[in-house]
Write a protein that binds this ligand. Structure first.
Ligand SMILES: Cc1ncc(C[n+]2csc(CCOP(=O)(O)OP(=O)(O)O)c2C)c(N)n1
Ligand SMILES: [Mg+2]
Length: 317
């Protein structure tokens, strides 16, 4: 059943992110990590509306997108540990996850820079006569970059099959949205370029899925781009494994309010209340995922580092 699958995928991503946070202090992960705890419903709801060959582009906060699109956990953790078995051979780490075999084309940490790549990908699909759709996950800060506006304009003009999925977690690092932009929905910016826009609760995977399904259908039928604005919240610090509500840029009360609407827990409670899941199912699932994570962590730690010779591969001169 679809909603139960949403729950399992979100709970798995949460457990994986928590495991990364638990191990980070060991100092063996070779890169910064931007964790998606609290934002799982957007990744899962969006990717559930896509096929394997539909394309996804992501940002610095890429783990949930990669996993929801079907990326391999062993290769993700090995990448974060900088190992040669990582999804890009240990060259990039957490912010550069990709897996072409499942349509996870690229993650790029320069804010907004994956947007023109995604629009180019949609243009390529359209010109090739393919009905693939491209999704680009962006944060709320991305719409402050010129690249967003040029890309939205171009996508609307050429009616490209691209969906801009904006995860509005209210912050760009330590700066809240209200200190960066006038008071109007971010979706107005996309609408100004002629891009159809919708806004929804980004902590409800069913809502996210429904809005994405409609946008995907429009794109496949030649209806052009969409901008989907999903309200959500990052629970941990911008970059790293800790809570940082004590340093002053946001309040504990604000965090607690969002945490009370936890996307994973609320869906779990709904499914248990409806009888679609039991507490035993939940516990058994968590135990299975824990084993999967333990094995993947071990694989990542034991895998070899890239060799010095590997450094000259994939370099163009
Ligand atoms: C062009 C550019 N400017 C600044 C940065 C530094 N930076 C990294 S993440 C980030 C905030 C991004 O905020 P948002 O897009 O809302 O994503 P979130 O981190 O909230 O998921 C900034 C400013 C960058 N990577 N690229
Ligand atoms: Mg943000």
């Amino acid at each position: 059943m679809k909603l139960t699958n949403f729950y399992y995928e979100m709970a798995r991503i949460r457990l994986i992110e928590e495991a990364i946070a638990d191990h980070y202090a060991e100092g063996e992960m070779r890169c910064p990590v931007h964790l998606s705890v609290g934002q799982e419903a957007v990744a899962v709801g969006v990717c559930a509306a896509l096929t394997q060959t539909d394309k996804v582009y992501s940002t610095h906060r890429s783990h949930a997108h990669y996993l929801a699109k079907g990326g391999d956990l062993n290769r993700m953790l090995a990448e974060i540990y900088g190992k040669s078995t990582g999804c890009i051979g240990g060259r990039g780490g957490s912010m550069h996850l990709m897996d072409l075999s499942v349509g996870m084309v690229a993650s790029v940490p320069i804010v907004a820079s994956s947007i023109p790549l995604a629009v180019g990908s949609a243009l390529a699909s359209k010109r090739a006569g393919s009905d693939d759709v491209t999704v680009v996950f962006i944060g709320d800060a991305s719409v402050e970059e010129g690249a967003f506006h040029e890309s939205a304009n171009f996508a609307a003009l050429y009616e490209l099959p691209v969906i801009f999925v904006c995860e509005n977690n209210l912050y760009s690092v330590y700066t809240p949205l209200h200190q960066r932009q006038p008071d109007r929905p971010l979706s107005k910016l996309a609408e100004a370029h002629g891009v159809t826009s919708q806004q929804g609760n980004g902590n409800n995977a069913e809502t996210v899925f429904g809005l994405t399904e409609t946008a995907v259908q429009r794109a496949r039928e030649g209806g052009g781009p969409s901008f989907l604005l999903f309200d959500t919240y990052r629970w941990l610090e911008h970059c790293g494994p800790n809570y940082d509500n004590d340093i002053g840029y946001r309040s504990e009360d604000e965090y607690l309010e969002w945490a009370a609407g936890c996307p994973v827990k609320s869906l779990e409670q709904k499914l248990i209340a409806e009888g679609a899941l039991s507490q035993e199912d939940v516990n058994a699932f968590a135990a299975g995922v824990s084993e999967e994570i333990t094995a993947a962590m071990q694989h990542a730690k034991e895998a070899p580092l890239p060799t010095p010779e590997d450094a000259v591969h994939h370099v163009y001169a």
